[in-house]
Ligand binder design. Structure first.
Ligand SMILES: O=C(O)[C@H](O)[C@@H](O)[C@H](O)[C@H](O)COP(=O)(O)O
Length: 241
């Protein structure tokens, strides 16, 4: 994996820096419609708050179309819902048209929703030569087991799926998720990982050093024709110490 590492003091500093870079990047995008896929979990919550508090009126939200790299198969009011968390921290505080928010319908049947969401992505994203949706920006997180989106090590074959989205299962809880698959993640024009906390350091060290079990981590195998950057706090980046 060829990736640029941007290291900041702590999670708030990562979120602030990424928010500023995101706004600056948006200004470089000349296309009328910009497609952005958000990560889930806890890491991006600070970013959502900063975008809502500091940048609500500095972004032309009418241009921004939001997707989710993965979603838990729960209704939006469930605290586990990635969309639900983003709605309460960001979407309810900015003037983004509802039609620009492409949530995974977590309360639907997972297999049917995986198909529907793939179709929605194809309808709203530019397609590459293989007919895959090409996101302008893909924001990803990484779990302590090296998973990204909801592609976990025990289902690493989802990195090669020929479906746009697939139903994944959390290895401990068994929770079903709808996740973008590897080819779609890797089709993105630009990929930014937000990874913070000491719990991610050892896996990151294996990934960047190509040591230990690095090849078993889905995050290791995310490639892109465009730039990949890791926004890290010092705790996550402490593998180099
Ligand atoms: O739905 C999800 O959980 C994710 O999208 C997942 O890939 C997440 O980014 C990582 O598990 C990191 O989660 P934390 O930010 O909570 O550490």
């Amino acid at each position: 994996m060829q990736a640029d590492k941007k290291i900041f003091a702590d999670n708030p500093a990562v979120a602030q820096a990424f928010a500023e870079d995101f706004v600056a990047w948006l200004e470089t995008q000349s296309q009328p419609k910009v497609t952005v896929s958000l990560s889930g979990g806890s890491t991006p919550t600070l970013l959502f708050e900063i975008l809502a508090k500091q940048f609500a009126d500095k972004i032309d939200w009418s241009r921004v179309h939001l997707f989710w790299g993965d979603e838990r198969c729960v209704p939006p009011e469930d605290p586990q819902s990635n969309y639900g968390v983003c709605k309460s921290l960001l979407l309810d505080h900015v003037s983004i048209p509802e039609s620009n928010v492409h949530r995974v319908i977590g309360e639907s049947d997972p297999e049917a929703e995986a198909v529907r969401y793939g179709d929605e992505m194809k309808a709203h994203c530019e397609l590459n030569a293989d007919g895959l949706p090409m996101l302008d920006l893909l924001i990803l997180g990484m779990g302590g087991d090296g998973h990204t989106a909801s592609i976990f090590p025990h289902q690493i074959e989802l990195l090669k799926s020929d479906a746009i989205c697939a139903v994944a299962t959390h290895p401990e809880s068994g929770q079903k998720r709808v996740s973008m698959t590897g080819p779609v993640l890797c089709a993105a024009k630009k990929i930014d990982f937000l990874v913070t906390g000491a719990g991610k350091a050892s896996v990151l060290g294996e990934i960047f050093g190509k040591t230990g079990d690095w090849e078993t981590y889905p995050t290791s195998l995310i490639e892109s024709k465009g730039p990949i950057a890791f926004y890290l706090d010092e705790a996550a980046a402490s593998f180099g110490k």
